[in-house]
Design a protein around this ligand. Structure first.
Ligand code: GLN
Length: 195
């Protein structure tokens, strides 16, 4: 089982390191043919407009959507969560893949809270330190979304079928619990509860 990390911009190296520490084969992916063997793909944090622009330039947007339709699981962290969202509140979604039934507001925690840490309680995992860096805020979730963690009443981790979104950066903490969750999702060992 191989999991790829989109390596066009952002903190992809940290995700590769965590996956390898967990004994999973991990690969940096930049071009469509590199998606071939993948069962899962992580779209990392960074700058969503830059990642989105590069995805289009290399034909990765179409290739990712095609692989997703064939069952590849996708986890978007921070900028990655913006790129998989169906709606970006108040902005045109020029570069978005438009896959997950969530609406996000870029930099949604405002200036004072541009970057912060928060102790989260994540369903199925427990306590987890969330590192938020100019994080998007999830302002709406569809009926098929399972909210796995919240901060100040807003979802910060959401699972919908073959998609996972976190608005914080689990690759920047020592706890590999959320990477393990995604690995289990890729192995089809997790089912979600919709309330
Ligand atoms: N604010 C960035 C954006 O809008 C996301 C920041 C991040 O990924 N840490 O793309």
């Amino acid at each position: 089982m191989k999991i790829g990390v989109l390596a066009l911009q952002g903190d992809f190296r940290e995700h590769i390191r965590v996956l390898e520490d967990l004994g999973v084969e991990a690969a940096e992916v930049r071009l469509p043919h590199e998606l071939d063997e993948l069962k899962g793909l992580i779209i990392p944090g960074g700058e969503s407009t830059a990642i989105g622009m590069l995805m289009q330039k290399y034909g990765m947007d179409r290739a990712i959507k095609e692989k997703f339709e064939k069952g590849m699981k996708i986890w978007g962290t921070c900028a990655g969560a913006i790129l998989i969202a169906k709606e970006i509140s108040g902005e045109k979604k020029d570069f978005s893949l438009g896959l997950m039934d969530i609406s996000v507001r870029r930099n949604g925690y405002g200036r004072q809270l541009q970057s912060f840490e928060a102790n989260l309680n994540v369903k199925c995992i427990g306590g987890f330190k969330g590192v938020f860096i100019r994080a998007p805020k999830i302002v709406k979730c569809g009926d098929n979304c399972d909210v796995l963690a919240e901060y100040q009443g807003s979802p910060v981790m959401v699972h919908e079928q073959n998609l996972l979104a976190t608005t914080f950066h689990p690759e920047l903490t020592k706890d590999a619990g959320i990477h393990q969750y995604f690995i289990d999702m890729v192995k089809d060992e997790i089912s979600i509860e919709i309330s």
